[in-house]
Design a binder for this molecule. Structure first.
Ligand SMILES: NC(=O)c1ccc[n+]([C@@H]2O[C@H](COP(=O)([O-])OP(=O)(O)OC[C@H]3O[C@@H](n4cnc5c(N)ncnc54)[C@H](O)[C@@H]3O)[C@@H](O)[C@H]2O)c1
Length: 261
């Protein structure tokens, strides 16, 4: 899989999964626009990989549109977009979740993903070429106590299939990758500070472990690449089997490994 000569834009490229995608794309020859609300982080990653840093607030239509214009003016036509920028939410009951928190999550995780796709995908469609990978979440297709984040990510999946059809005949593929708990700085902090229990997170998967940002990037790069030239409108969970575990906890949980390490 090569991205030689390809110009790629990665939102949320300053941290976590977006950073891993930006680094992996650069390692395979792409020229990267690292886009993030946090310019210092975008600059740190861009400096490491020979890319260019841009700041944008994806929830603001003018901001992300101006960013897309600036990226293409500086680097040329973007052929690959990885839309990873997003925010997490506290797992509060609805009665305790502040409405402004719900609005903020929807504004960034759903509206922001939409505005990002429109800004970059609209340009790709006019040129007749492009590939978009939206970073969703398993919370978009399974029940969780994430009352804003879950609906936002479910919306991202619906949007992905709709845009795949909308732009398919204009040469643009649109897919999603849905990670489960991934060892990004945020999740690592939560584990180290005791707010999340690593063993509990791992126990809820078939493979018995959490996943790394690089494993998410591997799947995102596959879908973005020409190796996936006939694939559009799909959601690829990268979840160590989190979705498959489903009802196993109603039957005493996942059975332990047969092999003795
Ligand atoms: N880490 C996980 O366990 C996990 C699991 C499933 C899905 N995801 C999804 O993966 C994506 C990346 O998450 P991550 O874990 O790498 O988080 P992260 O916090 O490490 O990175 C997210 C980046 O997005 C940027 N960002 C936030 N709001 C923005 C805005 N309005 N405009 C532009 N940039 C903004 C942040 O500055 C940050 O650099 C998110 O969409 C998240 O929902 C993460």
């Amino acid at each position: 899989m090569s991205f030689g000569g390809v110009i790629a834009a990665v939102t949320g490229g300053g941290s976590g999964i977006g950073e891993a995608c930006a680094r992996a794309l650069a390692a395979k020859g792409a020229r990267i626009a690292v886009i993030d609300l946090n310019l210092a982080d975008a600059e740190r990653v861009a400096a490491d990989i020979g890319g260019l840093a841009f700041t944008a607030d994806i929830s603001d239509a003018e901001s992300i549109e101006a960013c897309a214009e600036a990226v293409e003016a500086a680097l040329g036509p973007v052929a690959v977009l990885i839309a990873s920028a997003g925010i997490a939410q506290p797992a509060l009951p609805p009665e305790m979740l502040k409405q402004r928190t719900w609005d903020k999550i929807i504004a960034v995780d759903l509206r922001g993903a939409w505005l990002t796709c429109v800004a970059f995908g609209g340009r790709m469609a006019r040129r007749g070429k492009g590939s978009i990978v939206n970073i969703g979440s398993v919370a978009g297709s399974a029940g969780t106590p994430l009352h804003a984040y879950g609906p936002a990510k479910a919306g991202v999946l619906a949007m992905t299939t709709n845009l795949a059809v909308e732009w398919g005949r204009s040469g643009v593929r649109v897919n999603a990758v849905s990670p489960s708990h991934t060892l990004t700085p945020f999740v690592k902090d939560a584990i180290e500070s005791g707010r999340r229990d690593l063993a509990e997170l791992a126990d809820n998967t078939a493979l018995g472990r959490v996943i790394t940002p690089e494993e998410v990037a591997n799947a995102a790069l596959f879908l973005a690449s020409d190796d996936a030239s006939a694939i559009t409108g799909v959601n690829l969970p990268v979840d160590a089997g989190w979705l498959s575990v489903g009802g196993w906890h109603s039957y005493g949980g996942v059975r332990p490994a047969r092999t003795v390490p």
